[in-house]
Design a protein around this ligand. Structure first.
Ligand SMILES: [Cu+2]
Length: 482
């Protein structure tokens, strides 16, 4: 009896939860109301079966409960009952499968006027490609994928030239215009899923899978990867912005075409070695402090090779290979006048340094073509490379170069923003989590690569700081807690 009551409570609670529970499909924003219908049919069929089985069990428990004065009948077979059960199950399964198969065939039967949109998945992010005026996406091949040709397009295919390349995870779509999503993956299985559009499909390496939909509601929707694809899976998100045709056209026109991207590359005229250096400089975070324009954070690389440089002790030297190598491996050995001693030493291979130097030489051009030093010294008192004791707070962080990589306004730069950092839970590269208390902040500053925050490159330098400066920086970060 007790079991019957418990089952009854579970039944009633389940039904109530279904109707008042907080989880429901998000509002539909595409033409696929039919998918909602199939979901409804499935819930109805499984719900009715659930109710029938529960009610039958409850009745059986009560009606056939143990009594000393009766025994069970032995009935090895009941043809009629079996036929009924088999028939009803078959009917239920057909009721669930048939609408699904029907709608699926609609979802993959792309109408002629659908705009092809390529979504390219890789661990862990999305990139998109839209056709130009010809309405056709050019030929592509994974074997051609490289840093210069991230989509692996065929440069000889005329249809490729006007393809618009979107290398941020934000895709715009025109309202009420049918779209054919063509999915590709560069590495493992991913899945393109926008809950409001109801459709989703795996992106399978080696093939192009596709389906279509028409966005019917203006707004921003999240793209999720719905296929577990490695440790970064949770973060593999993107955004679809559905907007009126005119706004969409405006956005599309701003996206670079393949031809434009190739032209920009061709115009760099950098040698392969220098191109490697360009990549390295970005990956290693050098560009956080250096660039080809004057910056208070680090000397400009414009015209750096061969230029006469004044050091902090007043001596002058000409920038050559030996000096550049020393500047990268032991930046504190000689300091450029006007700059603070904030550059970390980099332990790079000879080949990597050669690439960086080639990049500075080729991209930077000859000395004298451009300015040599920034107009104003970055930090008062930094001329002698002695840290100014009077600097505190954000000014100190600025003088020490921290703000090249960290923001104090919530922006994500090379490193995590300091806003809201103190006291929050940090996920590290090895998957462990740690609370950003004072101890952690201290460790993060003194030995940055011991605990690397997930989602960031391990490029934070060891900056030489006094104890008072470390305390001050920790306080600064804590004051940005909010
Ligand atoms: Cu994925």
């Amino acid at each position: 009896m007790a079991i019957a009551i418990v089952l009854l409570l579970i039944l009633v609670a389940s039904v109530i939860f279904h109707f008042v529970g907080p989880w429901d499909l998000p509002p539909l924003a595409s033409n696929w109301g039919d998918i909602d219908l199939t979901i409804g049919i499935t819930v109805l069929v499984t719900g009715l079966v659930f109710l029938a089985v529960m009610i039958f069990t409850i009745i059986a428990i009560i009606k056939f409960r143990y009594r000393p004065d009766r025994t069970a009948d032995y009935e090895p077979e009941n043809k009629k009952l079996e036929l009924w059960l088999t028939g009803l199950s078959a009917l239920g399964i057909i009721a669930m499968l048939a609408p699904g198969l029907y709608v699926y065939s609609e979802v993959v039967s792309v109408p002629d006027d659908a705009l092809p949109v390529e979504a390219m998945a890789k661990q862990w992010g999305w990139a998109f490609r839209l056709p130009g005026d010809d309405g056709v996406l050019g030929k592509s091949d994974v074997r051609r994928v490289s840093a210069d040709n991230p989509f692996g397009l065929d440069p000889l295919d005329p249809a490729s030239q006007d393809d618009r390349l979107i290398q941020t995870p934000t895709l715009h779509l025109a309202l009420n215009r049918p779209v054919q999503a063509q999915l590709r993956s560069l590495d493992v299985l991913h899945n393109f899923y926008v809950p409001q559009f109801r459709t989703k499909m795996d992106a399978v390496p080696g093939i192009v899978s596709s389906f279509w939909f028409t966005p019917t509601v203006e707004g921003e929707f999240e793209i999720l990867c719905a296929e577990y694809c490695g440790v970064g899976h949770f973060n593999m998100r993107g955004k679809v912005v559905v907007q009126p045709e005119a706004e969409y056209a405006l956005w599309l026109a701003q996206q670079p075409t393949f031809a434009e991207a190739q032209l920009a590359l061709a115009q760099t005229t950098l040698s392969p070695l220098a191109r490697e250096g360009e990549k390295l400089a970005t990956e290693q975070g050098c560009m956080g402090c250096h660039g080809f324009a004057a910056s208070p954070l680090g000397p400009s690389w414009s015209g750096i090779y061969g230029r006469a440089e004044v050091m902090s002790d007043g001596t002058e030297l000409t920038v050559d290979d030996a000096y550049l190598i020393e500047s990268i491996r032991e930046p504190a050995a000689k300091l450029v006048q006007g700059y603070a001693n904030v550059m970390p030493p980099y332990d790079l291979s000879d080949q990597q340094i050669a690439a960086l130097i080639a990049y500075m030489k080729e991209k930077g051009g000859a000395p004298g073509e451009v300015e040599a030093a920034p107009a104003a010294p970055p930090v008062s008192g930094a001329v002698d490379a002695q840290p100014d004791q009077s600097l505190t707070g954000v000014d100190l962080a600025q003088a020490k170069g921290c703000l090249a990589c960290h923001s104090v306004d919530g922006q994500k730069l090379v490193g995590p923003t300091w806003v809201g950092l103190a006291g929050s839970e940090r996920t590290l590269l090895d998957g462990t989590t740690v609370i950003a208390d004072e101890d952690y902040l201290r460790r993060a500053i003194i030995d940055p690569n011991a605990e690397v925050v997930e989602g960031y490159p391990p490029v934070m330098p060891v900056v030489s700081l006094t104890e008072a400066e470390i305390l001050d920086l920790i306080q600064t970060i804590e004051s940005l807690k909010q």
